[in-house]
Each structure stands twice: as structure tokens, then as C-alpha cells.
Design a binder for this molecule. Structure first.
Ligand code: FO1
Length: 319
């Protein structure tokens, strides 16, 4: 644990890269970390409320995430899927037996009147997680992908279609009317730094920024706001971020990430492989920190988290 940043850190995250940096931040900050998580990927499947990014962050912080996929639970068994298949049920979205318990409990607790924030807090408590994992909203927001074949629901595009169709845009249905939960507002207000994790800027971070007055709230606090680029050497560490950049007319690079976050950030952490872009990124007005950003295991996560915190603390903001 480090004594710096006593007021805490608010991190914005979605997906595996976001979860892995959150893991490092959690190891350093414990209950002084709040992770604000994308719920635009959430959907209802087989009558169950699935929150993939919340669960990925929760399992990763609990140390029980599947290390190969990044999502789902380690040492999973697949009896439910095997039986579902045998009975002719939809088998394109894989729900492991252990993971299934999370979705069933979420259904139960939401049905009893708990908010998604409360459900997530209960799951965190049972996993022994000291950090706060906070859905970006308790209201329903759904990411939809604009393609030549029409509008696709996010999981339809991402999992069923394996991103096999070019995208022309994204929309976050319900985001404008959605409210920022009180606990998210408190986390942002108390934070001594805002950290945007190396998540996909288009489908993980943009939905968070689109919720109600989230962006205004983030901009209102005079603390350093830094991001870690999810792009290394022109490629995404995981997922379709680089492909999306190309399809949306941008070169897949950390410079594109810098331009995408223009106005939101004070600094960007990039990988050594992209050191040649540092001057161009600095010219956009951002401070730049160069380091190894690939996170293979918990030690990498912690080292990168410590660097990101030190970088944020080195930046003078406001006043
Ligand atoms: N991703 C896949 O590529 N295939 C799956 O079958 C799949 C199942 C799944 C189940 C639970 C869960 O929490 C996540 C799951 N994911 C799966 C990952 C997930 O849908 C995406 O990685 C995120 O939505 C993008 O961040």
C-alpha cells in the first residue's frame, strides 16, 4: 500500500485491459480506489442480467479471473453449456458453471429491489474486495454498433459476430438520460487523481463519458487526469480497438488515443514501443510518460499502476 493519494483514485475501466490496471491500483490503494465501470456491454441473456465488464473487474480484483480469456472465472466447468447445447438452446455466449452463479444472484438481488450499485457491492464484499467497483449508472445504457448491415446490439457484434462486420459508428442508447450514481459522484469528488485505464476508448470509455453529466463532473475536479494507452505499436493488446480505429478513419496509434481524449486528459502513458510518438502527443498539449504497458500478471499490473500514480502526482493542475 502506498501513502500517497490519501483522498483516493477514481479509475475508469471496461474490459480486460481496464481490469488488469485496476488490479494493480487495487493492490496499491485498497479501499482508496474506486473503479467506475462501463455497463454499456450489459445485456439480458436467457433471462439473466449479464454485466461483462463489472464481472471482469470483480473477478480480476478477486484473483479468480480466467487468465487465458481475461473474462469469466478460472478453473471453470461447462456442464450448463453442454446441457444447454443438448437441449438446443443458444450457445454463442459462453456461461461457465461458476460464472452462472453471479448472474443468477444478480437476477435475484435486482428482483428484490437492489440497484446494480448495491448488487455489485454485495458481490465485492463476498469476494473480499476492499476497493469499490461502481457501475457507471444504475439506469440502463446499451451500446449499439452502427454497421452497413444495420444497428447491432453490442454482444451480438462482439461475441456472436466476432466483430466480423465493419463499424461506421457507435451509439449509447439511454446514456444521456442516465444518472450518475451518488457513489460515483462521491468517488470523483474525493479523488486526487482520475485514471483512465487502457480500455477500448470507443466501446469501454466513451459509454462512461456519455452518462448524464459524467464528463462535466470529471472536468469539474481540479486533479490530474491521466490515461494509459491501450495501443502498443499500432495494435491493441486485446480486442478490436485498433480495428475500430481503422474503420472509423483513424490510424491505430497512441496519437489517435491522445487526440480522442483531447480536453479530458492532462497526461498519457504510452508504451516504449511508441516512444517515437511522444513529441507528436506532447504537441497535442498532453504530458507523456513512456514505460512498459503490457500487463502479463499481477506484478506487471502493480508496477504500471505505481508508475501511473507517480506520473499523475508529478502533474501540476489548476491554480
Ligand atoms: N466474450 C467472448 O468473446 N465470448 C464469450 O462467449 C463470452 C462470454 C462471457 C460471459 C460472461 C462475461 O462476463 C463475459 C463474457 N465474454 C465473452 C466477454 C465479454 O462479453 C466482452 O469481453 C466484453 O463485453 C467486452 O469488454
Amino acid at each position: 500500500m502506498i501513502a500517497a493519494l490519501a483522498g483516493g483514485v477514481a479509475a475508469l475501466a471496461g474490459g480486460v485491459g481496464g481490469a488488469r490496471l485496476s488490479r494493480g491500483l487495487a493492490r496499491l490503494l485498497g479501499d482508496r480506489l474506486s473503479v467506475i465501470v462501463n455497463t454499456g456491454d450489459d445485456f439480458e441473456h436467457l433471462g439473466l442480467p449479464i454485466s461483462p465488464d463489472l464481472d471482469t473487474v470483480t473477478y480480476t480484483l478477486a484473483g479468480c479471473a480466467n487468465p487465458e480469456t481475461g473474462w469469466g472465472v478460472a478453473n471453470e466447468s461447462w456442464n450448463f453449456m453442454a446441457q444447454l447445447r443438448e437441449l438446443g438452446g443458444p450457445d454463442w455466449f459462453l456461461l461457465g458453471d461458476r460464472d452462472l452463479a453471479t448472474h443468477v444472484l444478480r437476477r435475484e438481488w435486482l428482483g428484490q429491489g437492489d440497484s446494480l450499485t448495491q448488487v455489485t457491492a454485495r458481490l465485492c464484499q463476498r469476494h473480499g474486495i476492499a476497493s469499490r467497483i461502481l457501475p457507471m449508472s444504475d439506469d440502463i445504457v446499451r451500446t449499439r454498433v452502427q454497421t452497413a448491415e444495420g444497428l447491432l446490439d453490442f454482444q451480438d457484434y462482439f461475441v456472436r459476430r466476432r466483430c466480423d462486420v465493419a463499424i461506421s459508428g457507435l451509439q449509447f442508447d439511454g446514456a444521456r438520460e442516465a444518472r450518475v450514481p451518488a457513489m460515483v459522484t462521491e468517488a470523483i469528488t474525493a479523488a486526487e487523481a482520475i485514471i483512465v485505464c487502457p480500455s477500448n476508448p470507443y466501446v469501454s470509455i466513451d459509454p462512461i463519458l456519455a452518462v448524464g453529466d459524467m464528463q462535466a463532473r470529471l472536468l469539474a475536479v481540479e486533479v490530474p487526469r491521466v490515461a494509459v494507452s491501450p495501443i502498443i505499436g499500432g495494435a491493441a493488446v486485446k480486442g478490436p480497438a485498433a480495428k475500430m480505429m481503422r474503420e472509423l478513419g483513424h490510424a491505430p496509434s497512441s496519437l489517435t488515443v491522445a487526440e480522442k481524449y483531447h480536453g479530458l486528459l492532462h497526461g498519457l502513458v504510452i508504451d516504449r514501443a511508441d516512444a517515437a510518438l511522444a513529441d507528436a502527443i506532447a504537441a497535442t498539449g498532453l504530458a507523456v510518460r513512456i514505460t512498459d504497458t503490457l500487463m502479463r500478471g499481477p506484478e506487471d499490473s502493480e508496477r504500471l499502476a505505481a508508475e501511473v500514480i507517480a506520473f499523475a502526482r508529478s502533474l501540476r493542475v489548476g491554480g
